[in-house]
Design a protein around this ligand. Sequence first.
Ligand code: GLC
Length: 534
Amino acid sequence: MQRELWWQTGVIYQIYPRSFQDSNGDGIGDLRGITQRLSYLVELGIDAIWLTPIFPSPMADFGYDISDYTDIDPLFGGLDEFDALLAAAHAQGIKVILDLVPNHTSDEHPWFLESRASRESRKRDWYIWRDPAANGGPPNNWLSVFGGSAWEYDGASGQYYYHAFLAAQPDLNWRNPAVRSAIYEVMRFWFRRGVDGFRVDVVWHLIKDDEFRDNPPNADFRVTDPPHHRLVPLYTADRPEVHDVIAEMRRVADEFPDRVLIGEIYLPLERLVAYYGRDLGGMHLPFNFSLLGASWHASVIAGLIGEYEAALPSGGWPNWVLGNHDWPRIASRIGPDQAKVATMLLLTLRGTPTIYYGDEIAMKEVTIAPDQVRDPLEKNVRGQGLGRDGCRTPMQWDRTTHAGFSSVESWLPVGIMDHDNVVAQLCDNTSMYWLCRRLIDLRRKCPALSLGSYGSVRADENLLIFTREHGGEQLLVALNFAGEPAAASFPSGEWSGRLLISSAGDRAGESVRGSVNLRAHEGTVVEISQGGTR
Ligand code: GLC
């Protein structure tokens, strides 16, 4: 039997480096800060950290506009600080995953400067250049995710270049083998340094239609939707040929032992699972974002778990996400009480969980005043609630003025920290922090949770019950999505067991027989000793 891999049994923790820990008093987090906080992560029990981009960048999109793929932005430190972080993390058993941004570079990247220099440039074809339409306008109707046309006119050469995001983020031409080789060399550079994997940015965008056909209108578009939803991205994303380049990328990762590729892909589940690739030769983990936008009802969540489990290819390893740097925080989306239920769900489902920094202390969205807005998406598409600054604010370590994050005012405001800070939650047995830590510990101790099968038991509007099973071990997870008490039972059969953990922080060790009585907003994990579904 194949041994389990670290990225299958482990828990991943996403760090937004600008906001985790500032060590040099400039109000922006850095690599040394992360190294200083490693012991916190070890105690929490996570297995791997993923750092959003730390490479040299003009920061038009906060690091997703890279001007040098093989160095560290001075804001965060240098290669020495990176090596020190990597060594310290590895010494404590923590893997390090970096962000690979292959779809686009900064417009200040030397590749783009050379490409832009003239139509005859050797690197002209490294990016996507097109002549104007007959009327002089953009070559077609493609829209930028960050608002407006996806085409930017370059007066000097009389052509347009394509940018799926900001004009300062021109898209690379992945149909050009030289581009592919250059990015593969970037991967090898970091793999050789000891990096354990990559989260691959917008990987479903890499290939665009080679005939540059117009995208069709979206009949379901509502004015409150992000403006680019006006069109269906039929010809700009999820093209069939993308799977060939992903397979190539995967072969590069496979040159090194035990590395992981995690794909950022926002697609419906049935399309998402294609990104495991033919014979699982694609992404190891195509990020499953289905919980991010789901309406929070037990029956809906049960439905999407079932849909995902059914869609997964044989041998494809599942994964789950509750939050990231592009989405409003879970504690604000569904409220702090239900955020505990959601955390129990994340850490008891089958598949690798990714925790967004600060969600383990139930950090909420921080209100951003108009003059504090930093996110280019919010600046371009004002007032539609698309802004991502509120979920990117400094980690709330303690209640001091700068939250223990920095000695000066930070680049984004810190939130209200009465209870949502590490120090306060460490002292409170019923906190989100302790729930998270205990669940991670339980996951590590119980193969049923880290490796076991998933069995759906029951779901109605408010109650979600499922089992996890491995070897002789059978666990029952019962989650109450409502503000009233509920009794969770198997539809039939006598069973008895022992309650291992409650989201409220008490009840561990309680004997249970036939059903579990759940309080409002309570989730429990029960170890079944007799009966059950067997
Ligand atoms: C991804 C990142 C997001 C970024 C975008 C463009 O979606 O998660 O933060 O703005 O790519 O690179």
